[in-house]
Ligand binder design. Sequence first.
Ligand code: HEC
Ligand code: HEC
Ligand code: HEC
Length: 473
Amino acid sequence: MIYQYYKDIMKPLSAVMPTLSFSLAVALGLGFSLVSTVVMAETVSLPIDTLPSRITLPNVSPANSALANRGAYVARTADCMACHREDYSGGVPIETPIGNIYSTNITPSTRYGIGNYTEADFKKALRKGRAPGHQIYPAMPYPSYHGMTDDDISALFAYFQTVPIVDKPPEKTTHLPFPLNIRSLMLAWNVINVPSTENRSGLTQTQQRGEYLVNNLEHCGTCHTPRNLTQGLDKDRYLSGAPLGKWFAPNITPDNDTGIGLWSEMDIVTYLRTGTLDKRAYAGGPMAEAVAHSTRYLTDEDLIAMASYLKVVPAIKTDDYLIPVNVYRLPQPVNNSITYNLLEQKDYLAQAKTNTVSSVNNSGLNSNSPKDLYLANCASCHGVDGYAQPDARYASIVGLSSIRRVKPDALVGVIAFGAKGAFNTAPKMPGFSKDLSPAQIASITNYVRVTFGGLPSSDVSAADVTRVIKEKS
Ligand code: HEC
Ligand code: HEC
Ligand code: HEC
């Protein structure tokens, strides 16, 4: 997962990009259903029966107490696994410009994990970033967990007693240079940045649950809220979008032009459950991790609560306009013979490859047709028509919000640096910054935006690409 975090209180703001890799959870197939902790007072009018059903929680077991199993669900909603690994053995780097901060072993091992923690210790670590004997760096999202309820912490604690012990230290541990290795510096940071728990008034009970999930458990803001100068969350720009290493976490306030104001609650729920919204949005990169490890396991009630809350947070308009999908401009799926006849498709793509290769050889860079560049480099996975290879499970890119932004940076970043694909077991998307020139990447970017995004025109230049690559490297 990719997190942009604070680094230290004196350093300039800069994005952070860890290299985390996770295996997807293996569902145990236990027929277990968890009840959300909140009493749902209102009747829910969404057509939830049309939602793809929730995957069974892999970390609950009938052998454990109800409290521990509720804790297993809280661990999902708080996405502990994203950073501490599926087995909680730790060692995952949160990359920062001053060095990596590695997550720790949080299994009940008394030597290497949290086996000696009392519940009070655990509560302090989650709420205040204070482990017995040392201060924790805010790469651990305790500023968000600060508002976690006593009930949820008790359940989590009970659950962590049942986690299989990993009796060894993480492969890597944190070694920051002086003076950043002085953990007590964090005390000063905490005074400035750990928010006092303040809840909005006037919310329905469902929305209050949503607020708690979004702000405290799911910590959506750690990615979607921009940072202030001390790397704390900038409350005035709450959820309005922030750069995130090589990615960009877009504006998710209900602004119609730059946020998700046009999404229905059902759209939000579908996106968080499945990671896709047909011809409109796709959860790639760090968002794919959030969906894969956490949101897809949430109950319908909890997803609806978050959606309902996201519809009432203050709408913020940014300068990163989203160009609405013009459905008439979007491509139709191409004829079946090219889509489904792999031999015919192979010839078609080979021809495109020959075209681009010969133009590079004969006359240097930038003389290739944008379409041939797309076909040669992208179509084997995304399909000649952008609808993706029907047999493989690659992302369809037709109509995606990430290719319809006024700022092309996020799209250029994906093409330049690739994407891991938390959902796909198929090969990941490679980065093209080494193989293609900035002019060629610009050309493909423009082609993708116009052809698959339905934009009237696109004028990304080689200089834009060079800038984005430099900024995100
Ligand atoms: C965004 C990544 C991230 C998430 C999510 C996260 N942690 Fe952490 N956690 C870390 C990192 C990094 C450290 C080590 C920080 C340090 O060395 O100061 C850490 C440290 C800890 C510690 C302190 C261990 C010790 O004794 O030093 C505990 C306890 C802990 N995490 C529990 C949890 C629990 C429980 C959850 C889920 C509710 C969770 N973490 C979610 C990144 C994360
Ligand atoms: C680890 C960082 C991270 C976390 C945590 C995270 N997001 Fe995201 N989110 C992203 C990124 C990056 C994207 C862009 C994905 C893409 O373009 O493929 C995104 C995209 C989205 C979108 C699609 C917006 C659009 O216009 O396409 C929505 C909606 C969203 N996130 C909601 C949430 C909610 C709700 C939460 C909390 C449950 C959350 N996110 C947590 C990083 C994150
Ligand atoms: C080897 C297969 C492969 C190739 C080649 C490939 N991609 Fe991808 N692409 C993927 C996969 C898989 C994803 C989904 C990644 C994820 O889930 O994070 C993806 C995602 C995307 C996205 C969606 C980003 C987002 O999250 O919103 C875009 C846009 C994209 N690719 C464009 C391209 C372009 C343009 C090219 C050619 C320069 C290309 N891809 C080449 C496999 C590929």
